[in-house]
Design a protein around this ligand. Sequence first.
Ligand code: F0G
Length: 351
Amino acid sequence: THQWRGIIEEYRDRLPVSDSTPVVTLREGGTPLVPAQVLSERTGCEVHLKVEGANPTGSFKDRGMTMAITRAKEEGAQAVICASTGNTSASAAAYAVRAGMVCAVLVPTGKIALGKMGQALVHGAKILQVDGNFDDCLTLARGLSDNYPVALVNSVNPVRIEGQKTAAFEIVDMLGDAPDIHVLPVGNAGNITAYWKGYTEYAADGVATRKPRMWGFQASGSAPIVRGEVVKDPSTIATAIRIGNPASWQYALAARDESGGFIDEVTDREILRAYRLLASQEGVFVEPASAASVAGLLKAAEQGKVDPGQRIVCTVTGNGLKDPDWAVAGAPQPVTVPVDSAAAAERLGLA
Ligand code: F0G
């Protein structure tokens, strides 16, 4: 009876559900807010990580998906569809299983991490690899949902944003108020939109006394919001945010401007450096896209944009196990030893 019940039950009064809504949940949310010691030292601030990789399918998408699949079920849908760089499809596939629905997913060929593909496959989704990028997949998915009996569960579906805003509620509930700054990776820009909505609602109702500045970071090769124009052929090793024409672009600009924040870019090199730092110094293993938030914070600190003494939350959006290739790449190969304690001790530097 003490188990976290999932975001719909925990925040029922703040979500668009009624007593008769058939809730589809894997008990998502309630994720750890972990103090980041090394990042705090480096910035002179109090930095926390909101570890969204601890959700049931390993990413923040589960918060929006419990709402989207619940709504689809309520409306009698028998099938759902999404475009995805991987995490949305993994989440949709899992929640569709819970709801007894068919799940169709459209992903860019060759550009989704193996772990995410494995999830969609094992949950029994119908997967189409599209010869195009995420933006092309989303265009296709929208068209199919307009013309066929299949419900769209991408974040252009507003109930996804409703579910995802609960992460901001959890942070305020945990810290007692909103942080000074909230840092996020930005891809399709649904999550920055959702956090801003959550913070804004809590402030409007007096649960929080203030709202944070929203800092978003795109990958340099996929930074349409920073450039102010669509990127036709987006590129980055952080495949989750390889997006050239974000659906929630205007909402992201609103979150940036209303909060007095900014949206900037980080290079793949900076992303991988933050990825390694998180794993080797904070003990938190995230996927590369997630490290864009931390890379951005470090970049901002180096530029002198981070005044000391502030309370900062970085969302790390997905689990490192989704895309382990980057953990293995460039790391030294483990050595092989016989079943011999002297040899093992010597190799470990214990002898
Ligand atoms: N981090 C991860 C791990 C993601 O999977 C995504 C988006 C983002 C950050 C960016 O969030 O799109 O709300 O700005 N992944 C989507 C997907 C596009 O299909 O899984 P956003």
